[in-house]
Write a protein of this length. Structure first.
Length: 108
């Protein structure tokens, strides 16, 4: 199977921090040191750099997200470890309840 081309998020976010938000470098350093950034890491970086957005922006951004199997399993493990129901996890990660239900059926 051919490896999918992905943007170099480490380089992108490092450049953004260096040029526009140098005061947030220490806050994001631990995430940027990771060898591979997961979707959850990228979302966390985005939130740390640009802050929380209004509800309309969150809804629009949610429609454009995609999660790989590793990210889904991490979310499901988080749910199990924190003893949360689908609604609580969906709200915590900004997901739809339907996505959570579908993933639970697929992976557990």
């Amino acid at each position: 199977m051919e490896k999918q081309n992905q943007p170099n998020y480490k380089l992108i976010y490092s450049d953004i921090i260096e040029r526009k938000f140098p005061h947030k470098k220490a806050e994001c350093e631990k995430l940027l040191e990771k060898k591979i950034l997961s979707t959850m890491d990228i979302l966390e970086l985005n939130n740390r750099i640009f802050g929380a957005k209004n509800q309309d922006s969150k809804k629009m951004n949610q429609k454009l997200r995609s999660y790989n199997k590793t990210d889904i399993i991490r979310i499901l493990d988080y749910q199990k470890n924190h003893r949360m129901n689908n609604i609580q996890v969906a709200e915590h990660f900004g997901l739809s309840k339907n996505s959570m239900t579908k993933w639970r059926r697929m992976f557990q």
